[in-house]
Design a protein around this ligand. Structure first.
Ligand SMILES: N[C@@H](CCC(=O)N[C@@H](CS)C(=O)NCC(=O)O)C(=O)O
Length: 221
């Protein structure tokens, strides 16, 4: 079976899937130069025009969480979910809070924060209100004992590692205060994860890709 991860190494969702591949020790290829696009030829590969996607013997699978769940089912060694069904559901609940109720909400700020766009004042206020709701839910679910959902490394850690710093950066830039400043466990937790080989590798590769993108942008301006 040939598995290829397609996307780019600055993408939080690409890096989440890559962490799962590396932590589970799944042999794979990577095309790290695939950018999102709405061009018809790209939509034929990834129907929403997004990355990441996984090619499994040439068949395309989209959506990072669907991909991670597929990898967990197809490669049960080195499990990244607890066996107990309720504990497993709790991990998925936490991933949903991080990605749907925090990251997708904060994403509305990225245009202004990362690409120099305007931030509408209504959007600024709506995002602040919705993030406060998401944060409340997140705080009720997190364990940090030592992993985010309990004593086992799970896909929720892969999601948290790529998403929490991004959300912090965006909220610090817009509101002058990172969203997780009131959750003191977040910082040492991210440092602890960053000491694992797979997480250190993904972080280092993200930095190389970000520096290359910044240099290319500077050259073209
Ligand atoms: N829910 C998707 C989100 C993926 C996503 O938003 N990817 C970004 C790059 S990090 C993208 O492709 N954006 C382009 C677009 O939304 O058109 C997943 O989990 O895979």
């Amino acid at each position: 079976m040939t598995i290829k991860l397609c996307g780019f190494r600055i993408s939080n969702y690409h890096n989440k899937v890559r962490l799962v591949l590396l932590e589970k020790g799944i042999a794979h290829e990577e095309d790290a130069h695939v950018m999102p696009s709405q061009k018809p030829e790209f939509l034929a590969r990834s129907s929403l025009g997004k990355v990441p996607f996984l090619e499994i013997d040439g068949q395309v699978l989209t959506e990072s969480q669907v991909i991670c769940d597929y990898l967990e089912d197809a490669f049960p060694e080195h499990p990244l979910y607890p066996a107990d069904p309720l504990a497993k559901a709790r991990v998925r609940e936490l991933i949903t809070y991080i990605e749907l109720h925090l990251e997708l909400v904060a994403r509305r700020l990225y245009g202004a924060v990362f690409f120099g766009g305007e931030l509408n004042q209504d959007v600024r206020a709506e995002v602040e209100r919705d993030l406060a709701k998401g944060l409340r839910g997140f705080q009720q679910l997190v364990k940090f004992s030592p992993f985010i959902a309990g004593d086992q490394l799970t896909i929720a850690d892969c999601s948290a590692f790529v998403n929490l710093p991004l959300i912090s950066m965006a909220t610090r830039s817009v509101y002058g205060k990172g969203l997780f400043e009131t959750v003191p466990q977040v910082k040492p937790y991210l440092i602890m994860l960053g000491e694992r080989a797979a997480f250190a590798q993904v972080s280092a590769d993200r930095k190389v890709a970000a520096d290359a993108a910044a240099a290319a942008k500077k050259k073209s301006s």
